[in-house]
Write a protein that binds this ligand. Sequence first.
Ligand code: CA
Length: 231
Amino acid sequence: MRVLIVEDEPRLAENLARSMRETAGYAVDIAGDGETGLEMALQNPYDLMVLDLMLPKLEGSGVLRHLRNEHVTTPVLILTAREDKASVVSLLNSGADDYVAKPFDLGEFLARAKALIRRGKGQATPKLQIADLEINTLERRVTRDGKEVTLTPMEYRVLEYLAHRPRAVISKSELLEHLYDFNWEKFSNVIEVYISGLRRKLDNDKPLKLIHTLRGHGYSLRTDEPAEGAE
Ligand code: CA
């Protein structure tokens, strides 16, 4: 998953980014003002935007309004000072998805961020299941047929991304855009490596294969063989 944090206090932005990278394995970009944040959000496919309200150049409310006018549906988590309650209500009414009031507890922030990403993908619960494969996205634990599977952090990120959209065929460039922050081009040949690791660990000794490759199109997590040109 890839997150954009728009926050002009560098220390807060860095703290949030670090905790999201370390505890959730998300790729995180940071913008220090509203104009830059808006530009980045229009150019990159983020899974969540964390948006401060008081920002230089363009305020958070302006960023949100522009985004929704452009039909960008990325979930938005507002960061606000406690005294801003009135503007939070109007922001929630104009397309923000949730908010946390500063100073906030990091654990609560992360829980809200994860819940928004989940709901943005149409998932109500933190557990994803495809046949006998189970992914607990809170603990980042994976089991197949009841047995724990040990994945590297990047293998896990690829699997979780595929599992949020089961059956969809997901291209390598989409994976790269959502799993890395800026400079992802330099990783462009690694996705095959993660997919083959996942296949070896999840599918090798099983009659039912879950990870499928559509040559030239991408990858799909599903219980049946995808037809050419599927979804
Ligand atoms: Ca601020």
